[in-house]
Design a binder for this molecule. Structure first.
Ligand code: SAM
Length: 155
């Protein structure tokens, strides 16, 4: 199952880019034996068009038929093993693509705040979109390490 992050805003250089690259590489390496990945990033321009343009950019970036999960602070608060279980279930049910959606400064348009795979919260506080992307990449790597039986996650 291919995994996608469709996110408003561009991250070029800096600490967030380095962390995202690191977790993405680790996810791809660990996921290969688990039929997970690669992890693709799709960035939507946040400089023109406002909310509606961002929403249609996100919709265009999502592969046809993908299970979609919105990142939203009002979403489901899962443990890391619960997220890993959900990802394994979508994979085992035959989903070809899994796409996570991250909004920009104004958040996701209301109709995108819950995907076909629900909404995922990283806690009740609001994080900058760049940090939300880093945290999601880390949780994806953590999920792969849990499913692969690696000693990275400790309860
Ligand atoms: C700066 S936040 C936007 C906050 C905006 N006020 C809202 O109502 O969504 C940018 C994006 O980061 C993600 N994000 C921020 N905090 C989050 C959290 N606690 N859980 C899940 N996603 C979060 C969401 O995708 C959000 O659209």
């Amino acid at each position: 199952m291919r995994v996608h992050i469709c996110a408003v805003g561009r991250i070029r250089n800096g600490p967030e880019a380095a962390l995202i690259d690191d977790y993405r590489t680790r996810f791809d390496r660990t996921g290969r034996a688990l039929s997970l990945g690669p992890l693709a990033l799709h960035e939507i321009d946040d400089r023109k068009g406002g909310w509606e343009a961002e929403a249609s950019g996100l919709e265009r970036a999502v592969p046809k038929g993908a299970v979609t999960v919105a990142l939203d602070e009002r979403g489901d608060r899962l443990t890391s093993p619960e997220l890993a279980d959900r990802i394994a279930r979508w994979r085992d049910e035959g989903a070809g693509d899994l796409a996570f959606l991250i909004g920009g400064a104004d958040g996701l348009a209301p109709h995108l705040r819950r995907g076909t795979g629900g909404a995922l919260s990283l806690g009740r506080m609001v994080w900058p979109h760049k940090l939300a992307r880093v945290m999601l990449c880390e949780q994806l790597y953590r999920a792969a390490s849990i499913l692969g039986g690696l000693p990275y996650h400790r309860d």
